[in-house]
Design a protein around this ligand. Sequence first.
Ligand code: SF4
Ligand code: FE
Length: 491
Amino acid sequence: MALMTANEYIESLRKLNTRVYMFGEKIDNWVDHPMIRPSINCVAMTYALAQDPQYAELMTVKSSLTGHTVNRFTHLHQSTEDLINKVKMQRLLGQKTASCFQRCVGMDAFNAVYSSTYEIDEKHGTHYHENFKKFLTFVQDNDLTVDGAMTDPKGDRSKSPSQQADPDMYVHVVERRADGIVVCGAKCHQTGSINSHWHIFMPTIAMGEADKDWAVSFACPTDAEGMYMIYGRQSCDTRKLEEGADIDVGNAKFGGQEALVVLDHVFIPNEYIFLNGEYEFAGMIVERFAGYHRQSYGGCKVGVGDVVIGAAALAAEYNGVEKASAVKDKLIEMTHLNETLYCCGIACSSQGAPTKAGNYQIDLLLANVCKQNVTRFPYEIVRLAEDIAGGLMVTMPSQKDFNSDTVVGRNGETIGEICNKFFAAREGVSTEDRQRILRFLENMCLGAAAVGYRTESLHGAGSPQAQRIMIARQGNIQGKKQFAKDIAGIV
Ligand code: SF4
Ligand code: FE
């Protein structure tokens, strides 16, 4: 099948019986819901750019499974060049949406599960790799969006899955049948879950023998019987429900999406199972998926950063201060920080190596360093953007005020006229453009999009401590000690 267009993707979502809840109610037409639609538009951009000849090389690639042209978001990386192109593609998408475009979690899950299932089969004689290849061929042929679901609720963090008072704190097998398994549990803050056609579930931590029933990975359709989602709200999200508030929303076209995904006795046929009790491989899947997703942040957050820097530069221009050396210096600092993140994304990709299964994996140490920097630099970039933008970003009256013809002044001036008079930009720039860029920055720095640019930079793909554990493991302190000993003459 050919690649889907953006519109075909949106229409394909309508055909699913996905169960979505928000504000305590079931949302039937969630595809057109004003709070959800921007996040759908964002995923749709991964389809739209793949149709655009100028981005064909970045967005599409020959499948290693079928030889057909597929969207890179469904691809198994075959070289370091593929890994680098992945990061470049993510930067492009970040530039075009200024949001989390969600489709990467599936791509990262494909690559992690592909290589892990190969090694599980090698040890246990299972058939998970074949299952996975068949599934991925189906995904590629139909150009599907798949959610990579990893993060369990985790309950009492001091206890392993099998020690939890409530066994549902981690996704687990509750019944084994001849034709498949029945699973229960949930995954928290799942990026793009509702907008995906299918899900791949993976364990979220390394496990021991007692946790066998929790060591499970599988694919299932998003509208599987027993599966439902509760939408995660975002800062200022209800502005999207206000009539005529496109300026106040900040980014009315695009947005990210997270949800709580619940599995209430969902049946998974054997052919969609990729791990079922081989507990010693749970950690491998986690480490590989996390590594790929930490690489991803060296692309997507950089693209979004490009837009934040551009918006800050525009705010300065509209205020007439773009030539001030202090402003120029802040923009240089923002660019330096943003490009440093990109360097990390490119570096961990260029140092990638083939797995036993043949697809390429990033350099894990460098990918973790990349993400560790992402937990910090966007915060500084946002601080500088707010510095340049000025306080008006958070004190400006609403769009309704700017449009109001209610008379307020002695000489019959309306609220709209007063707002436009006092919040005028420099000559030659409309007040509306100034409003737009400041609201956009508000959205990026502390509104709905800040979910994707700030807090997700901190906690997405693992919180900072998770990377520090990996850095400690991969940092080779012993080897470094030896360098020092050799030169210092210590035997
Ligand atoms: Fe993709 Fe970035 Fe969103 Fe993760 S946070 S899904 S890498 S856009
Ligand atoms: Fe993320």
